[in-house]
Design a protein around this ligand. Structure first.
Ligand code: 13P
Length: 252
């Protein structure tokens, strides 16, 4: 069985002290939940403090981005080693905001994923179509191409360590969630594609849904056969609402 993951992407929200307060409240709110992997991704400057606040708890730390090169003259960038050093177990790559606002390509996403795996950090690889692409009936082809391109540089034997997040762009921060059936359809297609490319390992890969996940819609999403958790933006900023999404994954 795939152990569900519920991950919080704080994006460019929450200062260091706010992240610490969030971590403390979250750990308290999750007491007794042991069948879900819980991950939080604060902004870079708060990572070290978050790691200290989460020490001894089962909540895992993630970064929101990384640079693929190990070191060098890349002003403003952060390496895998730097993230590992502050305790990151996961890192989000290929988020649609990075793809759209910072022009990140599949090739860059693939290089980042490969570098993370080489450095012992699991990538959370984001995929998703825009509203125009969905309306043009291109969801399957767009997501399939992103998946193929984003995995191009990842060694096949490391694929099982990957976490995938399907986040339809039109559902992010809009309050408009994909219906559970619609999300399941894409998740199943992603898993079938992984089966074709990587065989039996596909059955063990966690595929998360992201896009306006809230406490009141989490349970029906998690109930779908190929939805193995959630990547949560807005609703993760409040520890109580994030904890209630975790509980929805716990009782699925
Ligand atoms: P929202 O939950 O705010 O829609 O954001 C989803 C997301 O982008 C998580 O990475």
């Amino acid at each position: 069985m795939r152990r569900p993951i519920v991950a919080a992407n704080f994006k460019m929200h929450l200062t260091g002290p706010e992240v610490v307060a969030h971590a403390e409240a979250l750990v308290a709110a999750l007491a007794g939940v042991d069948d879900v992997e819980v991950v939080v991704a604060p902004p870079f400057p708060a990572l070290e403090r978050a790691a200290r606040a989460l020490e001894g708890s089962p909540v895992r730390l993630a970064a929101q981005n990384v640079h693929a090169e190990p070191r060098g003259a890349f002003t403003g960038e952060v390496s895998v080693e730097m993230l590992a050093e502050v305790g990151c177990r996961y890192t989000i790559v290929g988020h649609s905001e990075r793809r759209a606002l910072f022009r990140e390509t599949d090739a860059e996403v693939s290089a980042k994923a490969a570098a993370l795996l080489a450095g012992g950090i699991r990538p959370i690889l984001c995929l998703g179509e825009s509203l125009a692409q969905r309306e043009a009936d291109q969801t399957r082809t767009v997501v399939a191409a992103q998946l193929e391109g984003s995995l191009a540089g990842v060694p096949g034997d490391r694929i099982p360590e990957l976490v995938i997040a399907y986040e339809p762009v039109w559902a992010i921060g809009t309050g408009r969630t994909a219906t559970p059936e619609l999300a399941q359809e894409v998740h199943a297609a992603i898993r079938e594609q992984l089966e074709r490319s990587h065989g039996a390992a596909a059955a063990g890969i966690r595929i998360l849904y992201g896009g306006s996940v809230k406490p009141d819609n989490a349970a029906e999403l998690m109930a779908q056969a190929d939805i193995d958790g959630a990547l949560v933006g807005g609703a993760s900023l409040d520890p109580a609402s994030f904890a209630s999404i975790v509980r929805a994954a716990s009782s699925r």
